[in-house]
Design a protein around this ligand. Structure first.
Ligand SMILES: [Zn+2]
Length: 388
């Protein structure tokens, strides 16, 4: 449905879950005696104020479709439910971090303003992201006019936000190549080099990928470390049974042979050789974004294979160190890559309850409905217990 312009009424439960804020429940019982909304400037003040209104409490607010903007709305809802990013905006911490390279009216300012509106709105009306959209289009006119890819938009947005609050304004010069160390050490060194250049709150989405290329002729192995914002997973194909996210992760990290036209040039042999290539995840990020790779052979078709992914305790120990992740948001895509429609399933960071965000419409859902073959971009958060 590329043109969904109609405005829906926001439907949220009469009594929004407020387990994380027990004091709010008491306030709500007395809501009959409350008069008009009072504008308060503090975060807690906003939360109390919005909770007095039983509709649209705590981020459960829809976003108007401005004409083919469901891809944007879907990603915005996923980010709005990214706990630490939301708080970063609600606490106005981003203002302190805005660097001099950023102009007065920035995409981040608009983004934060939108998040603040979504988390403080006392109206049941859907919010219009038009100012945010205008700002985005100033930087990227390509995100206008027709249906876009949600993942591309996510990466563009995070990269843009990061640049505005990157604490490094003058990037150190010098090469970042040629470390003659063991891989482990080299990985760490490359990561600290990365942080010397890129240091912002948004880096919580960034991990580090190691790619190694081994020459089949002389055995020379060259390794490269690259930061990643998301991992695009190939869909494991099985003759029977269901495909799991772990199958896709294993396929992603499986050794691959580069031969024929794909033969790379070996650094030592100085000629093109048959090589084996392998990806390893050197460093997992706090927020792990995984996505289902669209079929490469036919760009216009998408794989509708159902990939079973865990909601809790995505255990990635076989790929790296002690890591466990919980799912908190999914950007769904239905239809084909040429058209189709995006929605988001998000777990409210305050209540832990799941909701469907379909442009202007917000509806509660059961966590058992979250997994579907429409799941396209998965947002996982590192569990704090495994941080040590
Ligand atoms: Zn070689």
């Amino acid at each position: 449905m590329p043109t969904m312009r109609q405005t829906y009424t926001v439907t949220v439960p009469e009594d929004p879950p407020a387990a994380a804020f027990p004091f709010i429940k008491q306030e709500m019982r007395r809501k009959g005696s409350m008069s008009g909304s009072v504008l308060v400037s503090t975060f807690v003040g906003l939360l109390i104020n919005q909770a007095k209104n039983s509709k649209s409490a705590q981020g459960l607010v829809g976003l108007k479709n401005l004409g083919n903007t469901c891809f944007m709305n879907s990603i915005l809802q996923c980010l709005s439910n990214t706990h630490s990013l939301r708080d970063y905006c609600l606490h106005n911490s981003h203002r302190r971090d805005l660097n001099n390279n950023s102009r007065t009216n920035t995409a981040l300012m608009e983004f934060a303003k939108l998040i603040q509106t979504m988390w403080s709105s006392t109206s049941s009306e859907a919010v219009s992201p038009s100012e945010f959209k205008t700002q985005i289009q100033r930087y990227a006119p390509r995100f206008v006019g027709y249906q876009q890819d949600a993942q591309e938009f996510l990466r563009f947005l995070l990269d843009g936000l990061h640049n505005e609050v990157n604490r490094v304004t003058v990037r150190p010069r010098g090469t970042v190549e040629d470390f003659d160390h063991l891989d482990e050490e080299k990985g760490k060194k490359m990561w600290s080099k990365y942080l010397e250049r890129e240091d912002s709150k948004i880096v919580l989405f960034v991990g580090q990928l190691k790619s190694s290329l081994t020459c089949s002729h002389c055995g020379f192995c060259s390794t490269v470390f690259d930061p990643f914002w998301d991992l695009s997973l190939p869909i494991a194909k099985k003759g029977y049974g269901e495909v799991s996210l772990m199958d896709c992760m294993r396929l992603f990290t499986k050794e691959d042979v580069l031969d024929g036209d794909e033969k790379p040039t070996c650094y030592r042999c100085k000629t093109r050789r048959r090589c084996t290539k392998k990806f390893t995840i050197q460093k997992f990020p706090k927020i792990l974004v995984l996505l289902k790779r669209f079929s490469e052979a036919r760009r216009t078709s998408k794989l509708s294979t159902f990939v079973n992914f865990p909601m809790k305790d995505l255990d990635l120990r076989e790929f790296s160190s002690d890591n466990s992740y919980n799912l908190y948001a999914v950007s769904n895509h239905s239809g084909t890559t040429m058209g189709g429609h995006y929605t988001a399933y998000c777990r409210n960071p305050n209540s832990g309850e799941w909701y469907t965000f379909n442009d202007s419409r917000v509806t509660p859902m059961s966590s058992s409905q979250v997994r579907s073959s429409d799941a396209y971009v998965l947002f996982y958060e590192l569990t704090s217990s495994s941080r040590m």
